[in-house]
Design a binder for this molecule. Sequence first.
Ligand code: NOJ
Ligand code: CA
Length: 556
Amino acid sequence: MSPGARRFVRSPLWYKDAIVYETHVKAFYDSNGDGIGDLAGLIEKLDYLADLGITCLWLLPFFPSPLKDDGYDISDYRSIHPAYGTLEDFRRLVDAAHDRGIAVLIELVINHTSDQHPWFQRARRASPGSSERDFYVWSDTDRRYEEARIIFTDTEKSNWAWDPEARAYYWHRFFSHQPDLNYDNPRVLQEMLEVMAFWLETGIDGFRLDAVPYLVEREGTNCENLPATHEILRKIRAQVDAGHPGRMLLAEANQWPRDVRPYFGEGDECHMAFHFPLMPRIFMALRLEDTQPIHDILVETPRIPESCQWALFLRNHDELTLEMVSADERDYMYLAYSREPRARLNLGIRRRLAPLLQNSRPRIELLYSLLLSFPGTPVLYYGDEIGMGDDVALPDRAGVRTPMQWNADRNGGFSRASPESLYGRPVSDPVYGYQAVNVEAELRDPSSLLLWMKNMIALRKLFHVFGRGTMELLHPSNRKVLAYLRRFEEDVILCVANLSRHPQPAELSLPGLEGYVPVEMFGYTEFPPVGKAPYFLTLGPYGFYWFELRPGRRGP
Ligand code: NOJ
Ligand code: CA
């Protein structure tokens, strides 16, 4: 273990208090001027991240790969894509992050590999029925598992693809160049456990488990969330706990809350899981100026074991997924957030946060206030802290994966390469382009989004209640106002948010809190104490308050 790793202390349940920042190595900073971001570049920018206040860095796949799905098509699990650096660089990154109190989360793509992976190359040539062949899921017909939906609806027509070499069909839930591994073959899990041990040894703090609902297939089911899949996850968890306690598993299960709940098991599967259905409902509530969609999904959200945590996000590297909403809600979302047809992809909208919110600072701040105060761990997507835009002219999800905008210099300060050798062009339109939106300018502008974010993150980190406490939704009669109490140990926090573009009144009934004094948390201003009558507040357009409720001088 390196010196850096020794100094880094993981407190129990550290992930509950974390602020996660998601980025691509390729998109962050190019240190050697070849046009592609790299590990050395990321190390150079760690001070920026530490200054922002994040405590966990989630890296998208950086393994050798044909890059047909931006690295989610892995051809070697134990090494680094040469464009990004070496294993040595990776170890340096982990140590350098730990030195700054930042944990490192990496991707574990266990459902599928690239068709270029040696396992697949070997499988297609191996004799049918052999263990080598059975690393993947084969069939003589493409009519098996017909109840399984297609995920990449814009590109794929079937979950089966014909392999002329094997003279058989192979199963793939994503692109046809991503054959699914066969977890009915115990050797596959064995290999994956060894891959995990390999990365855990580098000192990383956890894995995001890509596409976990699809590990196992069974006839007559939709092939998602099956008991055998959960059995695999329990084995994975058991190995992590046995060899590397304190490391964290985060499930990517884009499912309804009731179907995600089992991914926590009895605290013996994943520590965390993304709350997919909450995210589109936040956007929907904002546009409708009605808290109902948020209330509905929070009521539907089951309790999870004490050691577990939801991962909350507004945007990520994929399209804003609309898989977990009804058909009507999806139509509404398309209408409200993607008038431009090019912005739609599969069942979702491929835009960044700022353009989705018409670059409205009050709306962006409001949504971040929810993200940072809802029960769970917030996950920020790189560039969204400075209000970066996207490029819908680029294919697939490339438009939300453009180079980080550091300053107004050539290539937005991302790379010294000549523009045509960049992995992708930076956004350069007049509103969101790097000339207008960049880190350097925002660091100098006291009222920038970046500095506002930094303050919000710092404030959130002062109160464990946000990551650990319970949430109690209040029911003001004005449905444009969202109000909730967060409680943990002695702490009580009242959050109130106006989803409307107009000022709104709110009357809050706060039973049991009579005599408490609300102290506004950004300015430490004392508000009148809570009395017998409902507590009355007015909120400006998209305004929000966080109050610490302190017991009054005479006690509650
Ligand atoms: C989910 C990832 O977030 C997405 O980017 C990827 O394309 C699919 N899984 C397939 O690995
Ligand atoms: Ca480079």
